[in-house]
Ligand binder design. Structure first.
Ligand SMILES: [Zn+2]
Length: 304
């Protein structure tokens, strides 16, 4: 309870966007925009690829948790040691089974030059990668020889990271309310088309899935609300009763995990909460239909 009070106090003295920026480590709030583009794939060395005996002089992966179409993409920076002056390298993103889901090629890499690779979470078959733990792996193109320090795994070198398709939309303490909060609960004249997630007013909200802002406006029932057409998915997500209008405008691109507003009780709401909707293709009031989002929310909650 002390934590809740402290957060509420902090939020009370900060504008919503500043509080959100703190809670998300400085993620952008107002302006939308697509994620930074991924590194070029490159191509294998023409002719016979060549590399010396490789080891990693340094290597670092950031961030350790990231999301598809997210605020920050998984990135590797490394330098090699080698017995050769020029080395034809391949950098793989590998899943937990060791299978490469995406590869990048860098030719004629010199020892101690810094190489940076940024992955956009898209597999070689052009699909968003499934949830899981991944690692970067640096190998020579000609053989499957792996650059590593003696007897260290990529995990102990710090090259692993967790990757998810969705972020939990509330940054802070919350609960799923009573039966009236559930999808399908009766309301006067209709049934409840989303899940209410109870949380104190002022807590930052983030996009569960980035994409394009389809609506960002006010309605007498929904209050301030925002609808996002999820990138790479058949789903739209809707967030209602925001305390203030979202800083995002219709047409903006928003990233997964990016702040989109703060919890409120505007419109037809008797308590501070997020009303969250998940709609199947073709989308929110575009001929799609709402889905019970509770199991999804709980799954995202478990790793967020
Ligand atoms: Zn509701």
């Amino acid at each position: 309870m002390a934590f809740t009070v402290a957060v509420a106090t902090l939020l009370a003295i900060l504008p919503g966007s500043a509080a959100a920026a703190i809670a998300t480590g400085g993620a952008p709030t107002a302006a939308g925009g697509p994620p930074a583009p991924p590194s070029a794939t490159g191509a294998p060395s023409p002719g016979a690829p060549s590399a010396g005996v490789l080891s990693l002089a340094s290597a670092k992966t950031t961030p350790r948790v990231s999301f598809y179409y997210g605020v920050r993409s998984p990135s590797l920076r490394f330098e090699i040691e080698s017995t050769q002056a020029k080395n034809d390298l391949r950098v793989d993103v590998i899943d937990e089974t060791g299978e490469a889901v995406r590869s990048f090629y860098r030719n004629d890499v010199e020892p101690h030059s810094t190489v940076g690779i940024r992955w956009d979470g898209v597999t070689a078959t052009k699909r968003p990668a499934p949830n899981g733990r991944y690692s970067f792996r640096v190998v020579s193109q000609g053989t499957s020889r792996i650059a590593r320090r003696a007897s260290t795994s990529s995990e102990s070198l710090g090259l692993s990271f967790d990757f998810y398709g969705y972020a939990f939309p509330i940054l802070g303490k919350h609960d799923y309310g009573n039966s009236g909060a559930r999808f399908g609960a009766s309301r006067s004249g209709h049934t409840h088309q989303g899940q209410d997630v109870m949380a104190v007013c002022g807590l930052p909200l983030v996009a569960a899935r980035g994409g394009r802002v389809q609506y960002s406006t006010y309605d007498g029932a929904a209050g301030n609300y925002i609808v996002i057409d999820g990138k790479g998915t058949p789903y739209d997500t809707a967030y209602m009763h925001l305390a203030e209008p979202s800083p995002l405008k219709e047409g903006d691109l928003v990233r997964t995990g990016q702040p989109i507003g703060i919890v409120g009780d505007t419109g037809d709401a008797t308590a501070c909460h997020l009303h969250f909707e998940l709609w199947a293709a073709p989308g929110w009031y575009e001929g799609g239909s709402p889905i019970d989002p509770l199991a999804y929310l709980k799954a995202w909650d478990a790793y967020s």
